[in-house]
Design a protein around this ligand. Structure first.
Ligand SMILES: NC(=O)C1=CN([C@@H]2O[C@H](COP(=O)(O)OP(=O)(O)OC[C@H]3O[C@@H](n4cnc5c(N)ncnc54)[C@H](O)[C@@H]3O)[C@@H](O)[C@H]2O)C=CC1
Ligand SMILES: CC(=O)C(=O)O
Ligand SMILES: [Mg+2]
Length: 441
């Protein structure tokens, strides 16, 4: 089964006679679409109304379903076709809310003027008190310039806002952190750095998101150097953490030593270079990378990595293949070697569908939906903020990767991202390592 990426909900009425739902399901199946959820909205004496979610590849395939259902027997009616992903975004996904009720004048005066002035004066005298009496230490800025939104490219910060809102929603739900999207109307590294430094006093940490290469490297390096709060470019290090976790789990299940495995990285942008650096620093001896850009290849060499001239060579020789190019379908099934581990991580669509890679002989295969930095960034920041760490460093990232791997069931590559224990474990391990390194406890 190939994963379909368009999700639509069909509201369908059928006469209340056994077998009608089966006819609808068969019509959808014959077109080659997948059925997701089936929700019964109403059961009447003569008819039943259901919402049926379908996953399709293209608009044409959706139209074929519509025609097929309309061609079924009299009484089976298609009422609406809705895009629930779009509906879920109506009005945006996040909100800044008051934690305090403000229902009486006494409460108003406590929360706002004149009461608030005393708290301001206290913080002026003792700046550390901001940690106790403001939300700063629990807030992370999610900063983008819109230059590498998922694999969609340079579509601008406003078009990237749904991704930033998604990260903020995940910060809240998985780690209790207030994530605040910051959209930058500049792609100039100096201006980005200056802006982030100027807003930094309001935040306990900075998550750089979907900032394209090569300027993302300078932006992150400089901000790490010049700010004394945790700064992490998620597409680099969040991705590298989760990829390392997946590789650790795959090697454990296959009974091989990751450090002895040959790893091939396709795409040496933000995610790819960080993955290579992470694997090399973890002790993997043979890490090779390739990219269509000479500049990207040279960058890997500067970091001490080895390059390969083409994808075919990597596919032929490596045990583990990781792809982060943003190019769907780049890896042909003929390239897949028996027993390989294939992590095709580009979103929204992978370089090879996991089902195709497995059919072609891969031992393990996954895409960016499961091997996703959502498994890393919430817990990494929770741990860093808890430890009052001034940065996110390599040891903390390795601790996060090992924590994710330790939560993974035998035979799986990564755990379920909605399992709260995973994020708790990542936070705990990151905090432990951060305290050891920075606070000395
Ligand atoms: N699963 C996950 O958690 C994550 C997935 N990603 C995905 O990885 C992809 C890349 O993201 P970034 O590294 O931020 O982008 P980027 O733009 O920094 O890097 C992409 C790199 O791929 C190279 N490339 C493009 N076409 C190629 C080809 N045909 N052959 C060889 N190299 C090629 C480019 O030259 C560039 O160096 C995106 O699709 C993104 O969604 C990124 C971060 C996290
Ligand atoms: C998941 C993510 O950060 C990306 O695809 O860019
Ligand atoms: Mg991203």
């Amino acid at each position: 089964m190939i994963t379909k990426h368009m999700i639509r909900t069909l509201m369908i009425e059928t006469p209340t006679v056994p077998g009608n739902l089966g006819k609808v399901a068969t019509a959808i199946g014959l077109v080659g679409a997948d059925i997701g959820e089936v929700e019964t909205v109403k059961v009447g004496p003569t008819y039943t109304m259901r919402n049926i979610t379908v996953q399709v590849e293209t608009e044409e395939q959706l139209n074929e379903i519509i025609t097929a259902i309309e061609g079924l027997e009299k009484g089976i009616k298609l009422h609406t076709v809705s895009d629930e992903v779009l509906s879920a975004h109506e009005g945006g996904k996040i909100a800044m809310k008051s934690k305090m009720p403000i229902k009486s004048l006494a409460e108003l005066r406590r929360v706002y003027t004149p009461g608030v002035a005393d708290v301001c004066s206290l913080i002026e005298r003792e700046p550390d008190k901001a940690e106790i009496y403001t939300t700063i230490n629990n807030s992370v800025a999610i900063v983008t310039d819109g230059t590498a939104i998922l694999g969609l490219g340079n579509i601008g910060p406003v078009a990237g806002m749904p991704v930033m809102e998604g990260k903020a929603a995940l910060f809240d739900q998985l780690a209790g952190i207030s994530g605040v999207p910051i959209l930058l109307d500049t792609t100039d590294p100096e201006e980005i750095i200056r802006t982030v430094k100027n807003i930094a006093p309001g935040f306990g940490g900075i998550l750089l998101e979907d900032i394209g290469s090569p300027h993302c490297f300078e932006v992150e390096d400089r901000l790490k150097e010049e700010l004394n709060i945790p700064v992490m470019h998620d597409d680099q290090h969040g991705t590298a953490v989760v990829t390392l976790a997946a590789a650790i789990s795959a090697c454990k299940s296959a009974g091989i030593d990751l450090k002895e495995a040959k790893v091939g990285q396709i795409g040496l942008g933000a995610a790819g270079v960080a993955i290579c650096r992470m694997f090399m620093a973890y002790g993997v001896q043979a890490v090779y990378g390739t990219d269509k850009s000479e500049m990207a290849m040279n960058r890997l060499k500067e970091y001490g990595g080895q390059t390969s001239s083409n994808i075919e060579e990597l596919m032929e020789t490596c045990d583990i293949i990781i792809a982060t190019t943003g190019v769907p379908g780049l890896i042909k099934k003929e390239f897949v070697k028996e027993g390989q581990v294939i992590l095709a991580l580009s979103n929204p669509r992978p370089e090879i569908e996991p089902e195709v890679a497995l059919e072609a002989g891969a031992a393990y295969a996954a895409d960016g939906r499961s091997v996703n930095n959502v498994l890393g960034f919430p817990g990494i920041f929770r741990g860093a903020l808890n430890a009052k760490s001034k940065e996110v460093n390599h040891e903390m990232l390795v601790a996060a990767a090992e924590a994710i791997a330790s939560c993974t069931k035998h035979g799986d590559l990564v755990p379920d991202p909605l399992q709260p224990e995973v994020h708790e474990k990542v936070a705990e391990e990151v905090e432990r390592v951060a305290r050891r390194v920075y606070v000395g406890v």
